[in-house]
Design a protein. Structure first.
Length: 232
């Protein structure tokens, strides 16, 4: 399966570097229009089985969607555009974050991608309450999952470690910030929920304790991260 990362240059480079390690991947760079409304768009791009769009201009994004090829919106342009897009192409998904969806859609291309990238899954080995080894099985396409998981090795899994893990996800996340509840905050909580879930079958006592600690990790903890504009 071939994936096309379609960007106007602001976002998508980190995802391209991660995804190309697992799938044949094409980097497709399109210009960002200077006008709010663009007519007569000539979209000539390489054929792919799945496009991941990091386009910020709704007219260009819509033209990509009209190709009829499954599209994941890495930059979510709002529910109104997604509803309109589905009239042209039902195989369009605008996930809450790029680390929030599962391989359970109607479209095999998206499912194949989401077996590797999406809502994280962790394989954890414990030494008592200490994490001896943590390996992501499914991860975010920006690389934040792997970076944060590596920092867990050798750490006692307690409230402080959970806070640091959420902060690390936020720091490494490349999701754009939109509105009061930003995607970076959601990404941190999603990762922490799945990390805690991985403990249930191997250390039920630690899992129970971590569930209670998880309630004390809020978006206000994660939002202390620096709001940097980075390519992702």
């Amino acid at each position: 399966m071939k994936i096309g990362i379609v960007s106007d240059g602001q976002y998508g480079e980190r995802a391209y570097e991660q995804i190309r390690r697992r799938f044949p991947t094409e980097w497709i760079l399109l210009p960002f229009p200077s006008s709010l409304v663009v007519d007569d768009i000539d979209l000539t791009i390489p054929p792919c089985d799945l496009y991941i769009s990091y386009l910020r201009h709704p007219d260009i994004a819509m033209e990509l969607i009209k190709t009829g090829v499954p599209v994941l919106l890495g930059v979510n342009l709002g529910p109104g555009l997604i509803a309109q897009a589905k009239e042209y192409n039902p195989a369009v998904i605008g996930p809450e974050t790029m680390c929030s969806f599962l391989p359970n859609t109607e479209f095999w291309q998206i499912n194949e991608y989401a077996k590797v990238f999406g809502r994280p899954v962790f394989h954890v080995l414990l030494d008592g309450d200490r994490i001896a080894w943590c390996q992501p099985i499914r991860r975010s396409p920006c690389g934040s999952t792997d970076a944060a998981a590596c920092e867990l090795n050798g750490q006692v899994f307690d409230q402080e470690t959970m806070n640091r893990f959420a902060l690390s996800i936020c720091h490494n996340c490349r999701a754009p910030r939109f509105g009061k509840t930003c995607d970076k905050e959601k990404a941190g909580i999603i990762h922490l929920e799945e990390l805690v879930s991985s403990l249930k079958g191997i250390h039920p006592e630690l899992w129970e304790k971590s569930i209670q600690a998880l309630k004390r990790v809020t978006c206000t903890v994660v939002s202390t991260c620096n709001d940097e504009t980075k390519k992702g």
